[in-house]
Design a protein around this ligand. Structure first.
Ligand code: PMP
Length: 462
């Protein structure tokens, strides 16, 4: 990052631009990192420095940063028209094709697709559909939503209420009433002494059921979860977690909402994260990988019981009173269709498994040489490396040491973009990565780890 000088792009950014998830004071002091262009898995900053983008931006650019076919698909869609919508019985022609394609790929039988433009809109749409479902079935009191500590579901008010992170709630007075949280299935830190994973799963399910009984099952509409938590630190649930949780939820007539915004479209080494973890959702939210984020588009895939509830409502003459101007936007739809065509042509699932295994093996080898790697975890091309003070006892670093932030700064110096979530280092590279790209990440990761480890005695200054 270069320090702002008057009238520089850096100074104008500090003056005119409020950034997401950023401390503006630190931003003013350090200046922005201005990115100018991308090429495959690499991006280049305004000084011409090259980085491996090992986070695919925000867990999203699965096809890398320069896929010409997506640019062409957008241009051809714009040749027809710049906009059309899906309200009042109208539809852009290509939107029908994407709905059909998503339903064919879907983990949910006899599904339909609903379109929106962001992950937050998709997760909130699922909440409204869950409310319709219960209301139409004569249970309008079923309103509350259960999510999990360290889950992430978006930034709008209901989506943020469903997040399990203090920074998404604090100054906003969230969560809204009726948005409840249960335990995160983090076996590494969450298991009690003497507990194994099977016992941990039983406790997680029992804790969820206690919450449901305490609140009253007749007040609870749905439970939402990412198959594998992304932003919460790449938490892979222990074996048997979702079947155990879902048995409790079904017993109390509570819908299961899957947030596949990060995990969907091959990321975890299956087409859907729900397949990787044995989850059977009633609805899922899709975004990011659906278009490799070349255009803002998201979707909800809804199962037959939800459609039946909507049909009941319609019989009474009511419409589904919901929709976004850009739902099913023809340009986003064209980009998504082309993105999915590319996933199919590259046979994305076995490719992700092979590249994920290579990345994982390399990280495991680095961990074996390191004093500060507690755990390497993940699935497919979504991997977290947790740094701890003492691996044997799983003792975390003193937060004041800001180990994750040090790693992030050092990685950037080395030309590697990662995501530090506390002291867990996230890697989620574009799915098009090849063996040479994986090896480049491993080389830069290894060098960064070595210098962070060597610098542990020094105070953090960045
Ligand atoms: N769900 C998950 C799992 C996410 O990671 C995100 C975004 N990082 C969202 C929902 C929200 O998506 P958006 O930012 O497009 O609203």
């Amino acid at each position: 990052m270069s320090t702002p000088t008057p009238n520089s792009a850096e100074a104008r950014d500090v003056m005119f631009h409020l950034h997401s998830q950023t401390n503006a004071q630190a931003h003013a002091a350090n200046g922005p990192l201005i990115m100018e262009r991308g090429e495959g898995i690499h991006v280049f900053d305004s000084q011409g420095k090259r980085y491996v983008e090992a986070m695919a931006g925000l867990w999203c650019t699965s096809l890398g940063f320069s896929e010409a076919r997506l640019k062409r698909a957008a241009a051809e869609a714009y040749d027809k028209f710049g906009f059309y919508h899906t309200f009042n019985h109208k539809t852009p022609a290509a939107t029908i094709d994407l709905a059909e394609k998503l339903v064919a790929l879907s983990p949910i039988p006899q599904a339909q697709a609903y379109f929106a433009t962001s992950g937050s809109e998709a997760t909130e749409t699922m909440v409204k559909l869950a409310w319709v479902y219960h209301t139409v079935r004569g249970k309008p009191g079923k309103r509350k939503i259960i999510s999990r500590d360290r889950g992430f579901h978006g930034s709008t008010i209901v989506a943020a209420s469903m997040c399990g992170m203090p920074r998404m709630h604090r100054e906003f007075g969230l969560p809204l009433p009726g948005f409840l949280h249960t335990l995160c299935p983090d076996a590494y830190h969450g298991m009690q002494p003497g507990e194994d994973e099977a016992a941990f799963v039983i406790r997680l399910a029992a804790t969820l059921e206690e919450l449901i009984l305490r609140e009253g099952a007749d007040t609870i509409a749905a439970f939402i979860a990412e198959p594998i938590n992304a932003g919460g630190g790449i938490i892979v649930p222990p074996a048997g977690y979702f079947p155990a949780i879902e048995a409790v939820l079904r017993r109390h007539d509570i819908l299961v909402l899957g947030d596949e915004v990060v995990c969907g479209f091959g990321r975890t080494g299956e087409m859907w994260g729900s397949q990787t973890v044995g989850m059977q959702p009633d609805m899922v939210a899709l975004a990011k990988g659906i278009s490799s984020s070349y255009f803002p588009i998201s979707a909800v895939i809804l199962g037959k019981p939800i459609q039946d509830a909507l049909a009941e409502m319609n019989k009474g003459g009511e419409i589904f009173g919901h929709g976004f101007t850009n739902s099913g936007h023809p340009v986003g739809v064209a980009v998504a269709l082309e993105t999915i065509r590319i996933y199919e042509e590259m046979d994305v699932v076995p490719h992700v498994r092979a590249m994920g295994a290579r990345l994982r093996a390399g990280l495991d080898a680095l961990a074996a040489q390191s004093r500060i790697v507690g755990q390497v975890r993940g699935a497919g091309l979504m991997i977290g490396v947790e740094l701890v003070a003492e691996p044997a006892s799983r003792t975390a670093f003193d937060p004041a040491l800001k180990i994750g932030a040090r790693f992030d700064a050092e990685a950037l110096r080395n030309g590697l973009v990662i995501r530090a979530m506390g002291d867990t280092i996230g890697l989620c590279p574009p799915l098009i990565i090849d063996a040479a790209g994986v090896d480049e990440i491993l080389d830069l990761f290894g060098r960064t780890l070595a210098s962070v480890e060597a610098g542990l005695a020094q105070p953090h200054t960045a």
